[in-house]
Design a protein around this ligand. Sequence first.
Ligand code: SF4
Length: 283
Amino acid sequence: MFNYYEDAFPIKSEMNYYNHHNDNEFKINSLRISLTGECNEDCFYCHNEGISKSSKYKLEIEHIISTIYSLKEFGLKKVKLTGGEPFLYKKIKQLIHAIKQIGDIDIFITTNGTLISKRIDEINPSLIKKISISLDTLNKEKYKLITGKNFHKEILEGLNILFEKNFNIEIDSILLKSINTNKKDLLQIIDFCVSKSFNLQFIELSNAGNLNFYKKYYADPLAVLKKVGFDFNIDKYNDRKIIKYKGINITLCRSVKDTCFSSNGRCTGLRMLPNGQLKDFNY
Ligand code: SF4
């Protein structure tokens, strides 16, 4: 069980120590919060933030809010609610309202999208900066192969509801060699996003420790798009490559640990695990 004073406070003390002994200030801009370790899907590449899938850990709202208050002193500006599956967290509505009451914190949600139609009344587009839906393929059979579940229909229903309610939506698609990297699958998801004006992120598979698995499925997004003859120009932005295509942005992302470093090379993001532990992205 998370103990705020034992688990969160040492990080605060460490940051204060660092700031008093260094010219460059220690800054934390973002906090990625895994609300629960539970998920209703079973993606074959899931690393579950290093927490066992069978664990029943869930964060308490008070702990989350206390941690956000502490990190605001160090520049916290955005939180990303994720899981497991964040919509399995029963108190998501109360949590969103509690975070908004702190002020000056943007809320992002990353979800597999399968529970949106059931819980849409609990989220308000004016309180959510962006909602990212994980969708690696529009092919039903491949969706089942990747996620182990048959939620293809539910996810598309959820996307339509979010679209009608004017949420800022982005599709996150992990590229998996010899599964979704062929021309047909890539163009299918790009065309779908163009038709709905959703921005799209092609994300590299992260190396969670199993090197053979990583080598088998890893695909470089830029190389993949070049190989299938997709016609594009790149506008580089931070460490990400952005392609402007038919009114949407297609972003080519490296794994998560490459995306949160400041110009002085220091990590500016933290993760909060379902057991309350705070970690940086160097896992
Ligand atoms: S939807 Fe996300 S949390 Fe759930 S199994 Fe897939 S990768 Fe893991």
